[in-house]
Design a protein around this ligand. Structure first.
Ligand code: HXC
Length: 502
């Protein structure tokens, strides 16, 4: 046997050893590039004696912690092993994770957590709780420094869901992953309520609550998509996201822009079709796909550069802004700003959703989150108004007034405090009542209002819009402006911490 054969033989034996083979280890091997994974702390043991734990010691203490490469870039990751004490987190298990978080932060490399755990290890009491506190604090320290992605791959409870909630992205696997603070068994003993794990905290449930940003059909898909997601993010906040040369022409112009957006501002259409036309072919990676579909957000590439897309979707609730879409947009914009991802906003918005449910649900507070996020973002901010931008939603959606760098509009874009019907109702009620033919009078007044306000001319003449462009020019114009703005630097006043309405 030559040296290489000996190494290969040894490796086979190591892989074949039952102690080394586990679902947790396999998940991490899928995550990292072939042969690049190195484990850290695989021999660590817990040192608890209570409740018979002295007879249940397992090397690694129920979590595999490792570093390796993803597409050639360093990443730190851990995977919990549900077959060992339910993947529960005791003192030693927690120390392994905290050490990995420190290494990720100090090395400026992303941190990926594969959670499959019943939460704090009950037998270890306060040591388990303290262990979670250490992890949570490091999640917060790392927030905005290195990307943090959590994948839920099993029933996860307590701290095993709070740490993910502090991270940038949470992915779940449909039908096999669950998130809750307390599981059905504990709920039954406290409130006598019967509820299944799926109902309580399944993938679909949390895609609808907004807790999960990403929903996958299998563990393998979750990991493959996480590798893809990492490709849109820089390793840390001092770097730019990876540039990827595109075969899609920068100068591509499509007549479909004219056909897919109906001229009537009340007619619905699916904004994802427009997103696909504007950005590099097949580059759109949608986040929070199932939640608040009236606002579509995700990463894409434009001329090879990564951008964050924020697009009103007239195909769902007319594209109105409401509580959930404001929360969704704000969260995504802050993630982009943290990691130097320029923002491109595609605007077609009738305003904020009126109504008791929204007002009592705190739309003032939640809407302010989106406004805050746009005002605070210092990355390049580009926008295109396709059809309409009314009222508060005009201001919020990356307008010049909240710091938009380049604001474009299509020739028929309507910018006004509100649509003609609402405006005439407020301004001309008496005049209409006194008219011989109130209906004809209403139409006449709406016509006057439309001519005056419902076009981009006034905004362009004030410089609130930088250019009125033909729809088919949208892609090439955005690429040109983006490439020039790429080196943009903007400063914020020094402060201890910003105080968003979170
Ligand atoms: C110790 C645990 C455990 C835990 C599960 N196990 N959770 N051991 N501490 N927290 C063990 C079980 O005893 C069992 O061991 C094995 O793991 C598998 O558990 P099952 O219940 O049989 O599995 P399943 O039916 O799939 O249910 C999974 C579960 C349930 C829904 C997660 O185990 C559960 O509800 N666990 C408790 C969840 C919880 O309330 N955790 C504490 C949260 S407080 P054996 O030996 O029988 O195979 C917390 C503090 C931080 O985390 C809070 C921050 C806000």
């Amino acid at each position: 046997m030559n040296n290489e054969e000996k190494i290969s033989d040894l490796r086979e034996k190591v892989i074949a050893s039952p102690r080394k083979v586990s679902v947790a280890r396999t998940r991490l091997e899928w995550l990292f590039d072939d042969n690049s994974m190195e484990e850290i702390g695989s021999e660590v043991l817990h040192r608890s004696y209570d409740f018979g734990l002295d007879k249940k010691r397992f090397p690694g203490d129920g979590v595999v912690t490792a570093c390796g490469l993803v597409d050639g870039r360093p990443v730190f990751a851990y995977a919990q092993d549900r077959t060992i004490l339910g993947g529960s987190l005791g003192e030693a298990h927690a120390r392994k994770i905290s050490k990995l978080q420190d290494l990720a932060m100090q090395s400026g490399a992303p941190f990926v957590a594969i959670n499959d755990s019943g939460g704090a290890r009950i037998q270890e009491g306060v040591d388990s709780l303290g262990g979670y506190g250490e992890i949570f604090r490091r999640n917060v320290l790392a927030s905005g420094v290195v990307p943090q992605i959590s994948l839920i791959m099993g029933p996860c409870a307590g701290g095993a869901v709070y740490s993910p909630a502090l991270m940038d992205f949470v992915g779940m696997v449909d039908g096999s992953s669950y998130m809750f603070l307390t599981g059905p068994k504990v709920i039954k003993t406290v409130t006598f309520e019967d509820i299944t794990v799926e109902e309580l905290g399944g993938g679909k449930t949390h895609s609808a609550t907004g807790v999960a940003n990403l929903l996958f059909q299998s563990d393998k898909e979750a990991i493959d998509q996480t590798r893809k997601l990492l490709g849109y993010l820089p390793s840390n906040n001092r770097e730019s996201p990876p540039f990827l040369e595109t075969k899609d022409s920068h100068e591509r112009m499509d007549v479909d822009f004219h056909e897919l957006v109906p001229a009537d501002p009340k007619k619905p259409y699916e904004i994802r079709q427009i997103v696909d036309l504007i950005f590099d072919k097949d580059s759109f990676f949608e986040v929070h796909k199932i939640w608040a579909e009236n606002l579509v957000v995700g990463f894409a590439r434009l001329g090879g550069h990564v951008v964050g897309v924020v697009a009103n979707n007239p195909g769902h609730l007319a594209g109105v802004l409401d509580i959930d879409s404001s929360r969704k947009g704000a969260r995504f914009i802050r993630t982009c700003n943290a990691f130097n991802v320029p923002l491109v906003s595609i605007v077609d918005v009738p305003g904020f959703m009126p109504g008791r449910h929204q007002e009592h649900g705190g739309v003032i507070d939640h809407g302010a989150k989106l406004l805050y996020a746009y005002c605070e973002a210092r990355v390049p901010k580009l926008s295109v108004i396709l059809r309409k931008a009314y009222g508060g939603a005009y201001i919020v959606m990356s307008s010049k007034h909240v710091g938009g760098d380049i604001n474009l509009a299509w020739p028929n874009a309507e910018i006004a405090v509100m649509g003609a019907a609402g405006a005439v109702e407020v301004l001309n009620r008496r005049e209409i009542k006194a008219a011989d033919d109130p209906l004809a009078k209403t139409e006449e007044l709406k016509e006057v209002y439309d001519t005056k306000f419902l076009n981009p001319d006034i905004a362009a003449s004030r410089g609130y819009l930088d250019a009125v462009i033909e729809p088919h020019e949208t892609r090439r114009k955005l690429i040109r402006y983006l490439e020039i703005l790429h080196s943009k630097r903007e400063w914020m006043p020094p402060k201890r911490n910003a105080n968003p309405p979170m």
